[in-house]
Design a protein around this ligand. Structure first.
Ligand SMILES: Nc1ncnc2c1ncn2[C@@H]1O[C@H](COP(=O)(O)OP(=O)(O)OP(=O)(O)O)[C@@H](O)[C@H]1O
Ligand SMILES: [Mg+2]
Length: 179
């Protein structure tokens, strides 16, 4: 089991978590949602079928919303969910240009209070705030998944720190946190 033994081993900007199955993907998303206490932009990457929407189910639940509201925004481009704060879920997979993204009015959505989750963020990365939480979910050989999160500023770093603590507290038996 690969557990941290001291703060010197931690990279405050990064968090890697092994997701054994889809329930764990939901659980880890829920833990993130529960530590978010103000607006945040989340760039959520991963190939088709990686688990991005599954993760968002848990995330919305952790934010105080109803997980069953989540569906893939591939065709509608943007979904708004009811939660303790405004939550917007976007998918840029079908966008052809950054201009189309701006036409969605995204600048007005990224407020101090809102959580904005963007699937396929690569096309629009340069339009997102510098301080955002970058998450990538990848397939592993055993048909489970690996989640890698990276902070890019003080706010996302603070969120990663709280999320790590929440995962470690929830994970004492399972040992899925990787540093
Ligand atoms: N940790 C995991 N281990 C194994 N299977 C998982 C895991 N997490 C999610 N899955 C499964 O992977 C499948 C695809 O998940 P999901 O629809 O969330 O992916 P996605 O990244 O949103 O895909 P798309 O890009 O097509 O929208 C689902 O059947 C889900 O249950
Ligand atoms: Mg999806």
């Amino acid at each position: 089991m690969n557990r941290p033994t001291g703060s010197a081993e931690l990279n405050a900007d990064r968090l890697n978590i092994h997701l054994q199955n889809s329930l764990r993907t939901i659980d880890v998303g829920r833990l993130l949602g529960a530590v978010i206490n103000e607006g945040l932009v989340i760039a959520l990457s991963g190939q088709l079928g990686a688990g991005k929407t599954t993760f968002t189910h848990g995330l919305l639940e952790g934010l105080g919303g109803a997980s069953e509201d989540v569906s893939s925004p591939t065709f509608t481009l943007i979904h708004e969910y009811q939660a303790d704060r405004p939550v917007y879920h976007l998918d840029t997979y079908r966008l052809k240009s950054q201009a189309e993204f701006l036409d969605l009015g995204i600048d007005e959505l990224m407020t101090a209070d809102a959580v904005v989750i963007i699937e396929w963020p690569e096309l629009v990365a340069s339009l997102l705030p510098n301080d955002r939480l970058i998450i990538e979910i990848t397939h592993t050989a055993e048909a489970s998944r690996q989640l890698s999160a990276q902070a890019s500023g003080p706010h996302s770093r603070e969120i990663i720190t709280r999320w790590r603590t929440a995962v470690m507290d929830s994970d004492f038996q399972a040992g899925t946190l990787m540093i």
